[in-house]
Every structure is written in C-alpha cells, then in structure tokens.
Design a protein around this ligand. Structure first.
Ligand SMILES: Cc1cc2nc3c(=O)[nH]c(=O)nc-3n(C[C@H](O)[C@H](O)[C@H](O)COP(=O)(O)OP(=O)(O)OC[C@H]3O[C@@H](n4cnc5c(N)ncnc54)[C@H](O)[C@@H]3O)c2cc1C
Length: 473
C-alpha cells in the first residue's frame, strides 16, 4: 500500500511520523513538498525572519497528545545549541523561536524514519503536486516536474494559503514591488529603509510577529496597523492551572451563538470567583469547540462570524506577554499606530503607496503614504478563490467541495473528503487548516497533533486490512 502525503509542514510530517511508527510491513509513505526549505517545517516553523516566537509556551508544544512533555524534554536536551536564541536554562513557560520548533519536528521525523518497521519504505519528493487523479481504486499524484506517484491513499496536508488581497478600485497596485502578498516570506522585510513608514493590514498574530521582526532589525519608521476593529490579540498568562470545566452548555440543535456567549460569560464569573481567569475557561473549552460549532445552525455560524469572531479570535489566539509589552512600548513612543478602519484604495504614487482609508464610525476618508504594504489578514480559506493548480483540479473534478462558510473543505468527522456527489472519496483525506469549516478550531498544534494521530490510525487500520487481502490472493 502506498500512502501519498501532499505537504511537508506540521500536518504532513506529523502524519508521516505516526505512520512510520505504526504502519505494517509493505507500506510505502511518500511525502511531497514543493519548497525544499519547508520540508518538515511548513510555513510557520520555517520562518527566517528575526523575532518569530511560538505563541504558546514550550510546555504546551509537544507533538504527541500522550507525551505532553516531549517538546520541553527535547528542548532541555538541546538548549545549549541554541544559546544565541534562548535565555538559559530554558523554562517551560518560555516562548521559543519558531525555527527551533521546526528543528524538533524534523528531529522527531528523522528518528521515526531511522526506527521504521521492517518492510516500511519512506521517500520524499521535492516537487509541487499539481493534480490528484482517480485511477480505479487508487490515485495518480501528478507532479510539476512531469513525474507521477501511484498511491492507494492520499492525504492533502497543503496547509495555509497566502492571504487574499482586499478588493480595491486599483488592484494593479498588487503587482507593484511595494506590496507583499505573503507575510511569511523571508522577503517581506527585505531592503526596507530603516526610516520608511510601513502599513500592515490586519492586526492578528502575524502582524505581531512582523512588528517584532521590524523592531529586531532596527526599524525606526512609523508602523501603521489597520484592521476593521483595530483589536489586538490579548496577552498570554502562563501562570495558571487548568480550569476544571464542567460542560453544562445545552448542546441542542437550536443552540445560538448568543446563548453560547452568555454561557461562557457565566462560566468566567464562576471561574474568577475561584481564582481562575477567562483564559483558563477558554482553554478548557477548546476541546469542545467542534461539538459546539457543529450544534450551531448555518445561520448561527454566520451570526458568530459576523458579530463575535473578532472578539473570539483576539481572546483565543493570544500573544506572548513580551510581545504585548513591545507593542505597548512602540505605541507609547508613537512608532506604532493601530487604526480601526477599512482600506478604501491603494495606489502607487512615485516611490510610495498612497493608502486611502475610512476610520470605523467616521464618514470621511484619509490618506497615508507608506513605503511598503504587507498583507497580514490571515490565510485565504475560500478554496474557490485559491489559484494553486492542485486545488483548481480537485475542485474541477469534484473531488473536494468548499464548505458553505468558505472556511475550508467539506469532510467527514474523521477527515475523509466529501466529493461533489456528497459522498466520501474513498482513500482521500485532509487535516489541519482545511478542516476549519467543519471544526472551527483546526489550525493550531493542539488540534493538528490529535488529527494526525487519529488519521494515521485510520490509515494504518485500512492498510492492515489491505495487506491481509493481498496475502489472501
Ligand atoms: C506564521 C504562523 C505561526 C504559527 N504559530 C503557531 C504557534 O506558535 N503555535 C501553534 O499551535 N500554532 C501556530 N500556527 C498554526 C499553524 O497553522 C500550524 O501550527 C501548522 O503550522 C499548520 O501546518 P500545516 O502543515 O497544515 O500547514 P503549512 O505549514 O502551511 O504546511 C503546508 C505545506 O504544504 C506545502 N504544499 C502546499 N501545497 C502543495 C503542493 N501542491 N505540492 C507540494 N507541497 C505543497 C507547502 O509548501 C507547505 O510547506 C502558526 C501558523 C502560522 C501561519
């Protein structure tokens, strides 16, 4: 049995690790990654920009749900190698640079590869998968180089796609050198004069990273941050204990977003009376989010996205306290300006970009001139708008279907993809960000590590049945 995994980021690599640990003899695993440097790192953990910390403390970044100390143990063992990047001795509450987590992921893959079972084969293809075609009961993965891989099962671990550009009257601006479409690119801050004003569109964790990187490279110019609500991520608090949440939310079919919000407010009041914080309640709720999300009707999901999403996101996706302090300091010094506004237009004027914006609750428009505009609005999740050849082909052939809210793809609870006919495509799976439409929380390590574990079990189970059937022939 051949299992093809498309995408060598966290999702794909971790699925491969579990398969290497558990697959029976006769299994071939082939991991396809289009970008050599991202193999076993993906976008998040391949970052080459300075100041890119994990947004979760070291103690919570294990790859394995059943070994919660695994990352910290690895880190403690290897900390001296990273003495330039860490303050030693490293603590469980530290926020570690993301590239070090990438090293950990790669190290665990190499160990699993070295210990793989007899008759298990593992290979890497450094190429772009441009199509996955059904061939009787199997698949043909077509690669950009013209080569192809025959696979019995395929896992789409293609992760995060670059943010969508905002609709503006002068979209030709997006072709200009002043615009950075992908904030995770090493080129995002390259050749930027230290005094130049910069605009970051979006005020989430990617923005926080870029402000940190700008500061680390000695940037002196004004940093404008524009987002519709102008809300910043809340700071993390690493000092608290897990909150013993007793779910009493009535999970009925007509559950409303407002009802859920009120439940959470009540639970926070109860928690605070017992010495916990709102952060502890949200963390305790995390595993129940998919169940709550699935109990919402489509209308309630839309209401959540329209009214509550910015508040949920800024409380759920928190920044390290040190990043919060940096942002506060830069704001106080006048170098960072966070503006709640919508972008009306952007045009290149001479050497600069002229940005027209309309502040929230204001009627008039105003203009800023900056030397660079960086899109930090978050990964594009509307698959109908993603231009990657593989996605275009899968959509055209009806092998994947975007969910109604344009957050990801339609899957079964186990991650099998549903095709245009509404039935699972046997042997085709996905995990990670593409499951956001079904689960809502599906992009961070905590969710991905569980999905990778469960998916590898499912693949191994069906693989064992396949091996037995082959032996019987
Ligand atoms: C900047 C950033 C920081 C983050 N920090 C944290 C954090 O601190 N803690 C946390 O819990 N979560 C964090 N996250 C969440 C993050 O989404 C997940 O942790 C994880 O990295 C997602 O992994 P992935 O493999 O699904 O996606 P990706 O990392 O996007 O990897 C997908 C890979 O697939 C490859 N690929 C795509 N299409 C093809 C194709 N057709 N052919 C071949 N290869 C292909 C891409 O090149 C890429 O390397 C962060 C996310 C980002 C973007």
């Amino acid at each position: 049995m051949v299992i093809g995994i498309i995408g060598g980021g966290l999702s794909g690599t971790l699925t491969a690790i579990h398969l290497l640990q558990n697959a029976p003899g006769g299994t071939t695993i082939c991991l396809v990654e289009q970008d050599r440097y991202r193999m076993h790192r993906g976008i998040a953990y391949a970052s080459q920009l300075p100041f890119q910390p994990l947004n979760v403390p070291a103690a919570s970044m294990s790859l394995f749900p059943d070994k919660p100390d695994d990352f910290y143990t690895w880190l403690a063992e290897h900390q001296h190698k990273y003495s330039r990047h860490l303050s030693l001795p490293v603590r469980e509450t530290d926020f570690i640079p993301r590239h070090i987590f990438g090293d950990y992921l790669k190290a665990r893959l190499l160990e699993a590869e070295a210990r793989k079972g007899k008759g298990v084969t593992f290979s890497r293809a450094y190429d772009e998968a441009i199509a996955v075609k059904r061939e009787e009961a199997a698949f043909r993965i077509e690669l950009g180089s013209g080569e192809a891989i025959q696979a019995d099962k395929v896992v789409l671990a293609f992760g995060n796609f670059p943010p969508a550009s905002l609709p503006i009257p002068h979209p030709e601006f997006y072709q200009s050198d002043l615009y950075v479409a992908s904030p995770w690119s090493a080129k995002a801050l390259a050749n930027l004069p230290a005094e130049a004003p910069v605009l970051l569109i979006g005020s989430s964790l990617t923005m926080v990273d870029l402000v940190g990187s700008l500061q680390a490279q000695g940037h002196k110019g004004t940093i404008y941050v524009v987002s519709r609500h102008g809300l910043l991520p809340q700071p993390c608090d690493v000092g608290t204990a897990p909150y013993p949440l007793k779910i009493s939310l009535p999970l009925h079919a007509g559950l409303s977003a407002l009802e859920t919000f009120r439940f959470i407010r009540r639970e926070i009041t109860r928690a605070e009376a017992n010495g916990y914080t709102w952060r502890d309640v949200l963390d305790a709720l995390r595993d129940d989010i998919p169940v709550i999300w699935q109990a919402f009707s489509l209308q309630e999901k839309k209401a959540f996205l329209r009214h509550l999403r910015p508040y949920w996101e800024t409380h759920r996706h928190r920044m390290p306290a040190s990043s919060a302090a940096l942002l506060q300091q830069l704001q106080a010094e006048g170098q960072l300006e966070v503006i709640a506004a919508s972008i009306v237009d952007i045009q290149q004027l001479g050497e600069g970009a002229c940005v027209t914006l309309k502040r929230r609750k204001h009627a008039h428009q105003e203009q800023l001139t900056v030397a660079r505009v960086i899109n930090c609005t978050g990964p594009q999740s509307d698959f109908a708008k993603i231009q990657a050849p593989l996605v275009r082909q899968l959509l055209a052939d009806g092998m994947v279907v975007p969910d109604e809210l344009k957050l990801g793809l339609v899957t079964t609870p186990g991650g099998a993809l549903l095709g245009k006919a509404g039935k699972p495509i046997a042997g085709l799976y996905t995990l990670g960000p593409s499951r956001k439409g079904m689960l809502y929380e599906s992009t961070a390590l905590r969710e991905i590590r569980q999905q990778a574990h469960d998916l590898a079990q499912e693949l191994t189970r069906s693989n064992s049945a396949w091996v037995k059937a082959q032996q019987a022939i």
